[in-house]
Design a protein around this ligand. Structure first.
Ligand code: AFP
Length: 338
């Protein structure tokens, strides 16, 4: 029987009470996101039944079209932000344009002061194989004063994030977040429908023995990148090589594993993807905020991700993220210093 537990909501409220000027809006916003993640966790668990209960894209028994899970995730997250009244814009990996939101409350304190970015269902090509996927989110304060958010509000550097997190839908669902005061993880107890604190103040080991990358792209990589991976595969007792390789193909799942046990996740630039594959605003920035809070490091192979000035919503970036010493070493190879 559970004797002592802290729910996600209790935790964010307690954190909020430590800040005298806090209005409670960020807590409300985070709890709206957590609720959407609970709904998505339920839907992801049922994904295998879709073939039995109706294909996506088909019309179901009520005459409604069965939505693809990633579209559904996008809709529910956007809807919950529109209803909550705390966001002035939602940006999503699934939508070309951002969705501006007008103020719901007119009072001075409770205006729509946040911008929220989502990757609604990261790793969605893994859904049909029952492999872990997840939702990634990131929150900024608006720059404009009132009304619906603007493009300038949406295109802020990662360093401006006030909170970021993700939920992995795996063997259990876990919600991990930071609001700049440590990284905390909450496992969903489906019997009571609550995220319960399971990982307080998470820290990533400074050095690891695991790398996560798509090795199949080796022939398309730069010489520096090839030499780095060759180095990790060499035998050397003193530097604990060779490293192990772990690659799920869902960034959130690979990232989460490395956060817990140590490791480096790499999606470099290659011949085909000159700027890498992953999105700065939806994937790299939120995970970089989390990794730095957990004592790790994140870069594009040269520069700190959180300091990159975004130029467009769907901008891509190479990503080297994880244990500090491993990311530093990768940067040396990539910049020709090793
Ligand atoms: P999907 O959402 O299309 O499955 O893409 C997942 C992803 O953006 C990220 O989660 C993975 O780390 C990466 O792509 C995998 O890319 P490769 O298939 O090129 O290795």
């Amino acid at each position: 029987m559970i004797k002592k537990f802290t729910t996600f909501y209790r935790h964010i409220i307690e954190e909020e009470r430590k800040i005298p000027e806090a209005t409670g809006q960020l807590s409300d916003l985070l709890s709206d996101i957590a609720l959407a993640c609970k709904v998505l966790s339920q839907e992801v668990n049922r994904a295998g039944l879709i073939d039995i209960l109706g294909f996506t894209g088909q019309v179901n028994i009520q005459g409604e079209e069965v939505k693809k899970l990633d579209e559904y995730a996008n809709d529910i997250l956007t809807y919950s932000m529109q209803q909550g009244g705390h966001a002035c814009a939602v940006c999503s990996e699934e939508s070309e344009e951002f969705v501006p939101i007008d103020a719901k409350y007119q009072e001075k304190i409770l205006h729509n002061k946040y911008i929220v970015h989502f990757d609604p269902l990261d790793g969605s090509s893994n859904i049909d194989a029952n492999i872990s996927i997840g939702t990634i989110f990131s929150i900024y304060k608006r720059i404009s004063k009132s009304g619906p958010g603007t493009m300038e509000d949406c295109l802020q550097k990662g360093i401006e994030q006030v909170a970021a997190g993700y939920c992995v839908y795996g063997s259990s669902s876990i919600l991990v977040y930071t609001a700049g005061k440590g990284v905390h993880g909450f496992t969903l107890d489906p019997s009571v429908g609550e995220f319960l604190l399971s990982h307080s103040n998470m820290k990533i080991p400074k050095k690891a023995k695991t790398y996560s990358t798509n090795d199949g792209n080796y022939s398309k990589w730069s010489k520096g990148m090839q030499r780095y991976i060759d180095y990790l595969k060499e035998k050397d007792k003193e530097t604990e090589r060779p490293y192990s390789s772990r690659y799920v193909g869902s960034l959130v799942a690979d990232f989460h594993r490395n956060l817990l046990y140590g490791g480096i996740f790499i999606y470099p630039a290659d011949e085909k993807n000159k700027n890498g594959k992953l999105r700065l605003m939806y994937e790299a920035n939120p995970l970089s905020f989390i990794i730095e809070e957990a004592g790790g490091r994140s870069s594009n192979g040269k520069d700190r991700i959180l300091e990159l000035q975004p130029e467009s919503l769907h901008q891509r970036t190479p990503l080297f993220i994880g244990s500090e010493q491993d990311v530093k070493l990768a940067e040396k190879f990539l910049t020709g210093k090793e």
